[in-house]
Design a protein around this ligand. Structure first.
Ligand SMILES: [Zn+2]
Length: 348
């Protein structure tokens, strides 16, 4: 395992890597990258835990006393640890966390829309496409980092995406890409299914009220099974429960979805450390696609007209990452810069 030192900072300041196979000779395939997204999870909850006003509000919680028993503590440091123990016990000690605006450490989407599709497009292409302004199910005209990697000799058959939201079929352009995609309620299709894969298909078929987003637990299970079976090098795991719960104005469920995601990410990290193909050469980049409203009146929504919606965050852990924990330096970064960082992490 090699260390970046101060390299991360330089990368984020804009050193670019040309996204062409011939100009990235160091992509050996040895390094593994997991891009994990928690849809619309605010930096406020990541860095300060349960919001004091929101978790006491009977309009947004089925049982205020229970929400507080589970997630409340007097200090933000205790609250965030209660909500996301893997982030604050493991990543804070061994990795890096960006986006705590309390210290002026800012991260934002550069696209003005602050919706999901434009956010994921920005993250995965490293650019803002002004023509992608909604969440409509249109095939992405842009080449993503995953497309680029899956088209290289090194990563062919080694790039996979598991998403709770069914729009990822379009964001990643299923018709054109070599990326393996399992999104929404896609059944797992393979020449031979493992017992777990058959169970996942059976579970999904049993859900009658299928909306656009399946439960994150199923997405996670499908992803973990694929890792065991195929050992992919680059994985996108896109979780959606936080955004779903927020739009339904259920703060208690929004918190439990964040806690759930933290647990699954921790479980995945722990599993990978036991696997020779992944231990010591794997990096997690964990982020979101947009923020949400920053008041008790608008926390549940997001978009161009909702203040706070551009505000995001990022956590890094693993190969090439310093153990500098929570970043407290005044700084402004953008989601669009993360594509270059991801390429560097793979080439490192
Ligand atoms: Zn979203």
């Amino acid at each position: 395992m090699r260390r970046f030192g101060t390299a991360i900072l330089f990368l984020l300041l804009g050193l670019s890597v040309h996204t062409n196979e011939h100009t990235v000779p160091s992509l050996s395939g040895e390094n593994k990258l997991f891009i994990i997204t928690l849809d619309g999870l605010r930096w406020q909850e990541v860095f300060t835990g349960a919001d004091s006003a929101l978790c006491r509000n009977a309009e947004y919680n089925a049982d205020v006393a229970l929400t507080q028993a589970l997630y409340w503590a007097p200090s933000p440091e205790e609250r965030r640890k209660k909500l996301m123990p893997f982030f604050w016990n493991v990543i804070a000690a061994q990795g890096e966390l960006y986006g705590n605006r309390t210290y002026g450490n800012k991260m934002d989407v550069a696209n003005p829309y602050a919706l999901s599709y434009p956010g994921y497009n920005e993250l995965l292409t490293g650019t803002v496409d002004p023509t992608l302004f909604g969440n409509g199910k249109v095939a992405n005209p842009n080449l993503t980092l995953l497309d680029f990697l899956a088209a290289t000799h090194t990563y062919r058959g080694k790039v996979a995406a598991f998403a709770s939201w069914d729009a990822f079929s379009y964001i990643l352009n299923r018709e054109k890409t070599n990326v393996y995609i399992n999104s929404g309620f896609d059944n797992i299709q393979a020449a031979s299914l493992t017992q777990t894969e058959s169970l996942i298909n059976h579970l999904q078929e049993g859900i009658e009220d299928k909306k656009n987003t399946r439960p994150d637990e199923i997405t996670f299970l499908a992803c973990k099974e694929y890792i065991q079976k195929k050992q992919p090098s680059v994985v996108l795991l896109a979780l959606g429960g936080t955004d779903e719960a927020a739009h339904e104005k259920t703060y208690d469920r929004y918190l439990s979805q964040a806690a759930n995601a933290d647990r699954m990410i921790g479980e995945l990290w722990q599993y990978l450390q036991t696997q020779p193909a992944y231990a010591g050469n794997t990096t997690f980049l964990i982020t979101t696609d947009h923020g949400r409203g920053n008041s008790t009146k608008n926390w549940y929504t997001h978009g161009f007209f909702t203040k706070g919606s551009s505000q995001t965050w990022m956590a890094l852990l693993g190969n090439g990452i310093r153990a500098t924990g929570e970043q407290k330096k005044k700084q402004q970064q953008y989601q669009k810069n993360l594509k270059d960082l991801m390429l560097k992490l793979l080439a490192f």
